[in-house]
Design a binder for this molecule. Structure first.
Ligand code: UDX
Length: 451
């Protein structure tokens, strides 16, 4: 650990959003900054609180988030964005009180909060505390969000939607993508969240990104020009520290033994992250596609992720017997280690940003089936810009089999793999001394000390 005297009295307070895809990067960032010499306090909600025993080097403070009161109020908090919107209101006083107490004990240098905790900007302002935001998705995603907002009204007023029509001025994103990003059922809540996030990012002292400049050069330039605050793309955080210690679910490590028995690049890893829900019909269609493909697969089926099923109850009859040794299904896996295993030949993913980055870093070609939020944007970049994956949208079972074969066995797959390896080299260079991510971390340390 650095013993830089200038950092001795610098205490940083980090405030993660309580979802796996946000907890992982925030705790990785905490580790990165702690290794540089900063003292770290983590403020967290009761809901999805992180496992403190894995982080003896940090101080943890828990705040009330109103979730138990919400049950008595009969609020319908059944989607991540409804929970986040609710907590952006219910956490105002608890966060302020906690920061006041911490500051009375010892000065706090700055607050680093998830960009989706937009309320924390006014709390920080009221205490004269600088706030830096961590944006856990890509730089391109913020630009697409900003450009999409004016189009949303028009799109929703249309009676028939030409699904593959590009959005004017944004040729990469189609109307179908937009319908997934701003799903009709939760459009209002999500719009509120994105508007407030963008507004309060502009008021922050700086922004940290879990990405690397070489991957998103045009977006980095546009953001540097348009956002009047310093940007710090530190490179994929999991390259500094793995996410396993912040996993909310227990990772089934037996999959590594199963992978050891499989031929090189023969297995498709299938996982749709920590919050995706699917219907029974979609799930059994996936299963039939995997069976028909005749390819090897490792499938993460998170308990509760199939509506109306506890776990595998909705698998088609005879599925387990049909796939036999060729398939392995688990509840939760050590994903980063899985992607780094030589037996993995492809990743069928929902394109959450962490999964997308983890796949890029291991040079694994992706099969993209985005569901919602930032995922359709990430998937478009993967398939159309970086060209390290193929889209599989609402695939029928035959289509699933065809795409899996093409990624694992055919010419298309080997071309994608070449480009994936090229990106993998780029990220490694970016993190070496003199690389852009390395420099960005040095700049961030200097910036925090200057606050
Ligand atoms: C959410 C949003 O859905 C996503 O779009 C946004 O970019 C971040 O927040 P999530 O859906 O959970 O995230 O996906 P993702 O970003 O990919 O994060 C999942 C994390 O869980 C990854 O770090 C992955 O390594 C980990 N994971 C996943 C496991 O450790 N084991 C598993 O079996 C599956």
């Amino acid at each position: 650990m650095s013993t830089e005297p200038r950092l001795n009295n610098c205490r940083l307070v980090l405030f993660p959003l309580p979802f796996q895809g946000h907890i992982n990067p925030m705790l990785q960032l905490a580790n990165i900054l702690n290794t540089k010499g900063f003292k770290i306090t983590i403020i967290h909600t009761h809901f999805n609180s992180p496992n403190q025993s894995n982080y003896p080097q940090f101080t943890f403070k828990s705040i009330s988030d109103g979730s138990s009161e919400s049950k008595n109020m009969n609020l319908n908090l059944d989607t991540p964005d409804s929970i986040i919107n609710f907590m952006n209101k219910s956490c105002i006083n608890p966060l302020r009180d906690c920061l006041v107490t911490l500051q009375e004990e010892k000065p706090v240098t700055c607050l680093i909060s998830d960009a989706l905790w937009h309320f924390s900007q006014s709390v920080a302002d009221s205490l004269n505390l600088p706030r830096i935001v961590l944006r856990t998705s890509s730089m391109s995603c913020i630009l697409v969000y900003s450009a999409l907002l004016p189009h949303i009204k028009n799109c929703y007023l249309k009676t028939t939607i030409e699904e593959e029509d590009p959005i004017p001025d944004l040729s990469l994103i189609t109307e179908k993508d937009m319908l997934k990003i701003f799903n009709d059922d939760r459009k209002e809540g999500e719009l509120e969240l994105i508007f407030s996030m963008i507004k309060t990012i502009k008021a922050a002292s700086g922004i940290i990104w879990n990405t690397f400049k070489e991957l998103e050069e045009p977006a980095f330039c546009a953001i540097t020009q348009n956002l009047c605050i310093p940007s710090f793309p530190l490179g994929p955080f999991h390259k500094y520290f793995p996410a396993s210690s912040s996993s909310l679910l227990e990772q089934d490590r037996s999959v590594m033994l199963w992978l050891d028995l499989q031929p090189v690049r023969s297995v498709v890893y299938v996982s749709f992250g920590s919050i995706t829900q699917m219907g029974k019909a979609e799930f059994s269609n996936m299963a039939r596609g995997l069976a028909k493909s005749k390819q090897r697969f490792l499938w993460v089926v998170r308990p509760g992720s199939v509506s109306g099923s506890e776990w595998l109850q909705s698998l088609p009859k005879g599925f387990i017997e049909e796939v036999g040794e060729r398939g392995c299904i688990v509840k939760w896996a050590p994903q980063q280690e899985v992607l780094a295993h030589p037996a993995i030949g492809g990743f069928w993913t929902h394109n959450g940003w962490n999964s997308t980055l983890e796949s890029i870093c291991e040079g694994v070609p992706m099969i993209c089936s985005p569901c919602s939020y930032d995922q359709p944007i990430n998937a478009r970049y993967v398939t159309d810009v970086w060209r390290v994956g193929v889209m599989l949208d609402n695939g029928k079972e035959e289509e699933i089999g065809r795409v899996m074969k093409s990624v694992i066995m055919e010419e298309e797959g080997s071309e994608i793999r070449q480009r994936s390896n090229y990106l993998q080299e780029k990220v490694n260079r970016s993190m070496e001394k003199g690389g852009s991510a390395y420099e960005s971390l040095e700049n961030l340390v200097d910036f925090i000390v200057s606050l």
